[in-house]
Structure formats: C-alpha cells, structure tokens
Design a protein around this ligand. Structure first.
Ligand code: ATP
Ligand code: MG
Length: 270
C-alpha cells in the first residue's frame, strides 16, 4: 500500500533561477493492486510525484511510505515507464526486455524462458533480435512495459506511457495494459492527459490542481470490469467525465498559472 502524507516538493533555485514549488501538501493513499489514474495541468507536479515514489528524488516536506516503509531510494519493487520509451539503443529487443532480470543475476534457461514469455505476451516474438530503432512507437512502448513488468514489481509508475501514440495504437495498448494488470495485479499509478483514458482504466481518478500541485479530486470510478471501449459513449460515463472536467477545467484555465509565469520572467531572481 502507498501512503503519501502531506508531501511538499520545492525545486531549489540556483544560479539566478527561481525556486519552483512543484507540490504543496499532497495526500493520497493507494491500495495494493489498485489502478489509480492521475490527471492535472501541465507542470502541476505529476512527474515529480512519480519521481518521489520511485525514490529518484525526495520530498522537501512530508512522507511517502510503501507498505509502511519510508521511500528512501529506488527499488526493484517499483518500476517506472516513461512517456518516451527509454530503451537501450545498443541492445536487442530481447536484451532490453531481459535487462532487469540480468541485473538481478538471473541467467541461463530460466532467463531465456522468462524473456520468451514476455516477448510472447507482448506479441514481439518476431522482433526479439531487432534493435529498438527498427520498431514502431507502439512496439517500443510495449518493450518498455515488458521490461518494467518482467521483474514483477509490486508497483508500476507510469508517466503518460501512451502519450506519444496514435489513437488506434493507444487503444490497443490500453486493452493490453488492462489484461496484464488483471493477470499480475501490480499497484498502478498512471499519469495521463486524456480524461477518457483516466476513467476507462482507473479504479480511481485523481485530479491535481495547477502548480504547486495538490489533490483537487479523488473520485472512485463506478464501472465494473472488464470495461469495453464503448463505455465512453454511455450517459453514465459522460456523467463521470463531467465531474472530472468540472474540477480539471478551472485548473487548466487557472490565470494564476500565467501570472506566476509572468512574474517569474519579470521578477528579480532570488
Ligand atoms: N529536476 C527539476 N529541477 C527543477 N525544477 C523541476 C525539476 N523537475 C520538474 N521541475 C519543475 O517542477 C514543476 C512540475 O514539473 P513536473 O514535471 O512534475 O510537471 P508535470 O505535471 O509532470 O507536467 P507535464 O504534464 O507537462 O508533464 C515544473 O514547474 C517544473 O519546471
Ligand atoms: Mg510530466
């Protein structure tokens, strides 16, 4: 279980740059095996929150605990998938997928079997020996997800993983991710700009305020699973979407945001 207690994050200013308050008092609990979608205006600290959970950075104030343990460093229990699949360009698809296993010292037949399994699950058998640059965007993202999942992390931190994909590929990847999630049941924090995607995938949708980010809405999604894509056409779905947008819209339009930005340009650096 993830517990985020009153987390503040200020990136310090230096060499004439202003300090940036990215998060201000974030409180959030995520149950084991839960799928939580996070939406919010650009720059509101969504990636920052994932970085803190991953243990790449540390909050200026507040605490993040996973299963009662303070997050103090990155760990194999947490995997991160970024918007742009960050694959190792000099490794083949199979080597990329197996990377985490090799880090953990796995070799031989068991290593081969696990990599083959994941190549199969991802529909990438025919591309095992290809290099990342020889793949489509959707395929690269599948490799990134396979690489993250193969070590069976308890938590998946996903930062707009499908943001760079076309609508059709994105749709396939959503279904695919849900299938994997139902089988492996990791806890998922899924950042997206797409409200439909957030609702369709999530057990809950968290809406963040404009920077510095706080939780503005924490909404349970009332739809049974499995969910079909045409759920988005139902009045019930539109009702939930209206609730989310009702909170998100004002944040997106927040004039404060612009004023702060302008002040940042004009004001004397600290
Ligand atoms: N390493 C860093 N050093 C200094 N400031 C940073 C750093 N990382 C992020 N920030 C600042 O913190 C704020 C929040 O950034 P973050 O990347 O978390 O936003 P986001 O919600 O993920 O935005 P987007 O939706 O555009 O990805 C921004 O103002 C950004 O400039
Ligand atoms: Mg981001």
């Amino acid at each position: 279980m993830i517990a985020i207690h009153d987390v503040h994050m200020v990136y310090p200013g230096s060499r004439g740059r202003h300090a940036v308050p990215a998060l201000q008092g974030v409180d959030l609990r995520v149950d084991e095996g839960e799928f939580v979608s996070v939406v919010g205006p650009s720059g509101c600290g969504k990636s920052t929150l994932l970085h803190l959970l991953a243990g790449f950075e540390f909050p200026t104030e507040g605490r993040i605990e996973i299963d009662g343990q303070l997050v103090q460093r990155p760990g194999a229990d947490r995997a991160v998938v970024f918007q742009q699949a960050a694959l190792y360009p000099w490794m083949t698809v199979a080597e990329n997928i197996g990377f985490g296993l090799r880090i953990h010292g796995l070799r031989g037949a068991e290593y081969e079997r696990r990599v083959r399994d994941y190549l199969g699950i991802m529909g990438l058998e025919a591309f095992a020996k290809h290099a990342p640059y020889e793949l489509s965007g959707g395929m690269r993202q599948r490799v990134a997800i396979a690489r993250a999942l193969i070590t069976q992390p308890e938590t998946m931190l996903m930062d707009e993983p499908f943001g760079a994909l076309d609508a059709q590929t994105r749709n396939e990847m959503q279904r695919f991710l849900l299938r994997l999630w139902r089988t492996l049941r990791p806890t998922v924090l899924f950042v997206t700009h797409d409200v439909d995607e957030a609702i369709l995938l999530g057990d809950r949708v968290v809406v963040m305020t404009a920077r510095p980010g706080r939780v503005a809405l924490n909404l349970a999604v009332p739809f049974e699973r499995p969910r079909e894509w045409d759920l988005v056409l139902t009045p019930e779905f539109v009702g939930v979407k209206r609730q989310v947008l009702g909170v998100l819209r004002p944040q997106l339009e927040s004039a404060e945001h612009l004023e702060e930005f302008m002040a940042g340009i004009k004001g004397a650096p600290e």
